[in-house]
Design a protein around this ligand. Structure first.
Ligand SMILES: *Cc1c(COP(=O)(O)O)cnc(C)c1O
Length: 398
């Protein structure tokens, strides 16, 4: 029988994204099947007893393991270069499982200030209720990270590049700081995906994903995952298996189909984003473009060194404050006005009044979220159409 030898070390990312993880069933199917089943049966009472006792591997119940979900987990683990992956019901569930699996009351987290809004609520409001404290520091300032660490710090958590200003942190240097203090470093790799950045290779211990974004890439389903070493991932698996935030087989199948085109899509996203960023930077109605792929970005060299691409999220400061920003957004006819990103469809938002609306005026100033800032998550439509869509509003302001 013809079987592909699985060789995760030798295959390129594009090959792993298409092939890794699928072991054909007896039906010899070509495409990954959806195992839509909540439970699994045993050949005998004795086999059931052995499986429940953990003496024999195998599926028991889809909250624990499911073959379609396992293919997704193995494929993403191969792409990130991790020993093991645990899939979750959402990106937030991936972060929750990490905290529940690795931390206890009295432990501390140090996190970058510019985080996904729900991550801040999860850390400060919900983990706070259980005696876990979080301190926030400026993403790129390693001295601040260092100074915030105490003997109780167990987890360093960063999103790099940041949303929407494209700030980055030196992952290798941050991993070194974490390990010197016996803490784990978790990187939320949602904005770049393993196609553009592999944090584990740079020394991070855990990679967090919202599969909802670029892993799917077409805005169809909510899911998440954590990738890392067996020791930590076994703890996270225990949380998902017991507490229940597992990925559904149907969503795992959607993400598998998304992953097949990950490399291709990310290259196209990056190419359009850079071209659009350069064009916007030259437009008279634009005060500034924040994108780590631009030479004008203060951390361009670091981004170049640790990433193989710059992603597709642009922060664009429009002259004329909120009024100017809103008029550009409202003049679009093609882009979707929505807070989501990581989609083939380009999205446009005004962070100060949506994703970052919870921040006080002082916090907005400190985080660089000005009233004139718009965020564009560049999709896969024709570049000329995207330019024309923005030019309609921008030309009126110039
Ligand atoms: C969307 C997002 C999350 C949360 O993921 P969900 O799938 O929406 O739960 C976490 N981190 C980042 C950077 C995100 O963009």
């Amino acid at each position: 029988m013809h079987e592909h030898d699985f060789d995760g070390d030798a295959w390129s990312l594009d090959t792993l994204a298409v092939r890794a993880g699928h072991v054909r069933s007896a039906e010899q199917e070509h495409s990954e099947p959806i195992f839509a089943t909540s439970s699994f049966v045993y050949g005998s009472a004795a086999e059931a007893a052995r499986k429940f006792a953990g003496e024999e591997p195998g599926n028991i119940y889809s909250r624990f393991t499911n073959p379609t979900v396992r293919v997704f987990e193995e494929r993403l683990a191969a792409l990130e270069g991790g020993e093991r992956c645990v899939a979750t019901s959402s990106g937030m569930a991936a972060i929750l499982a990490t905290a529940l699996g690795l931390l206890e009351a009295g432990d501390e987290i140090v996190a970058s200030r510019s985080l996904f809004g729900s991550t801040v609520s999860l850390f400060s409001k919900y983990l706070g209720k259980f005696g876990i404290t979080t301190r926030y520091v400026e993403l790129g300032n390693l001295d601040e990270w260092q100074a915030a660490i105490t003997p109780d710090t167990k987890l360093l958590f960063a999103e790099t590049p940041s949303n929407p200003l494209s700030e980055v942190v030196d992952i290798a240097a941050l991993a070194e700081i974490a390990h010197r203090h016996g803490a784990w470093l978790a990187i939320d790799n949602c904005f770049l995906t393993p196609a553009l950045q592999r944090p584990l290779e740079l020394g991070a211990d855990l990679v967090i994903h919202s599969a909802t974004k670029y892993l799917d890439g077409q805005g169809r389903a909510i899911g998440g995952a954590v990738v890392g070493a067996d020791r930590e991932l076994e703890e996270l698996f225990g949380v998902v298996r017991t507490c229940g935030p597992c990925m559904s087989p149907f969503n795992a199948w959607i993400f598998l189909k998304g992953l097949e085109t990950l490399g291709l899509r990310m290259r196209a996203h990056c190419e359009s984003a850079l071209a659009l960023a350069q064009w916007l930077e030259a437009h008279p109605a634009v005060a500034r473009v924040h994108y780590s792929g631009l030479k004008s970005h203060p951390q361009h060299a670091l981004a170049r060194a640790q990433q193989t691409g710059f992603g597709a999220v642009l922060g664009v400061e429009i002259a004329g404050g909120r009024e100017g920003a809103w008029s550009v957004i409202d003049a679009t006819r093609l882009m979707s006005i929505t807070g989501n990103l990581g989609d083939a469809k380009t999205t446009i938002t005004h962070p100060a009044t949506t994703t970052h609306g919870r921040l006080s005026d002082e916090q907005k100033v400190a985080s660089g979220i000005s009233e004139g800032l718009i965020r564009i998550a560049v999709g896969l439509e024709g570049l000329a159409d995207l330019k024309a869509d923005l030019a309609r509003g921008l030309d009126r302001l110039a």
